[in-house]
Design a protein around this ligand. Structure first.
Ligand SMILES: [Zn+2]
Length: 302
């Protein structure tokens, strides 16, 4: 026929025809709202899907202005994994437009563990729009397992030929996290009675799981500056039983240095999201545990 006279061109045409005939072999796209959820998702999908993280690690998960490219990523995702409106309130409306089977709302999963709310802490909460359950639920390793299993089930529905892989990945993750959970409990046991304050009220799941002695927080949500009345209360509580004050990256509060010096507090840094160096969920928890330990063990006998 002389149509494909040059073999290279012929091959290109064949290749093009092939690509047009079979366009559906693209990997599944899983969009996780925040880094901790992306780390959990990565364990479950393995090499069977791509995981994208919506929020940069420097952004607050409580308040984030979505960009055009974020909206595009949301539309293109096969599955979106987020905590829920209690955490990423800015996602409630865009996710409301997606079909329900494309979204996993972690906060609503059955089988999650919730920390007990301390009664004597209640007066701190009166000024805030307060949800009863702490949405930073990934900080309890048992909840990470719940999320991983739910994700494996949903991914298996989306891509049945990989179902066995997803389930096996979730199972391996569960075993690894359960071992780590035991390790952290043993590590933190010697510092359980050392009182401390955290920067924002976001560690209840970790503190509750390992029975740590949190006595106060500087601010309820990171964006809100503490008022004079709250700072006065904070100082009184810390003067009585505080040994450490844990701050967070990306936030600063004026006037805390004086309190730290006069009360002779140790200073630590907690990162609930995980910085650039953190590349697995287990590492995120280990880093958090290490941060608690470093200050609390040092101040135990002061
Ligand atoms: Zn938070």
């Amino acid at each position: 026929m002389g149509y494909c006279s040059v073999s290279v061109r012929c091959g290109l045409l064949l290749g093009l025809a092939f690509a047009l005939a079979l366009p559906a072999q693209a990997k599944l796209q899983v969009l996780a709202s925040i880094k901790p959820l992306a780390l959990i998702a990565q364990e479950v999908v393995g090499d069977q899907a791509d995981v994208i993280t919506l929020l940069p690690i420097t952004a607050s998960p409580h308040d984030y202005p979505l960009k055009m490219s974020d909206h595009r990523n949301l539309r293109n995702a096969d599955l979106v994994l987020w905590i829920g409106p209690e955490m990423e309130s800015f996602l409630a409306r865009p996710l409301g437009n997606l079909p329900v089977e494309k979204v996993i709302t972690s906060y609503q999963l059955p089988g999650l563990n919730w920390p007990a709310i301390e009664q004597d802490d209640d007066h701190h909460h009166t000024n805030h729009a307060h949800t009863d359950k702490d949405p930073h639920l990934w900080l309890d390793p048992r909840n990470a397992v719940v999320i991983a299993r739910a994700l494996a089930t949903r991914l298996a529905q989306l891509q049945p030929q990989s179902a066995v892989k997803f389930q096996a990945n979730a199972q391996r993750f569960a075993l690894s996290v359960q071992a780590l959970d035991k390790q952290l409990a043993a590590q933190l046991n010697p510092v359980k009675t050392v009182g401390f304050a955290v920067y924002h009220e976001g560690y209840g799941h970790f503190v509750g799981r390992y029975g740590l002695h949190q006595v106060a927080y500087v601010t309820y949500t990171p964006e809100r500056r503490p008022g004079a009345k709250h700072l006065k209360e904070l100082r009184e509580v810390l003067a009585n039983e505080g040994r450490c004050l844990f701050m967070e990256p990306h936030y600063k509060v004026q006037g805390l240095e004086g309190m730290v010096t006069t009360l002779n507090l140790g200073i630590g840094l907690l990162d609930p999201i995980g910085d650039q160096q953190v590349s697995s969920y287990q590492q995120l928890l280990q880093q958090l545990s290490q941060s608690f330990l470093t200050c609390l063990a040092d101040r135990r006998d002061h």
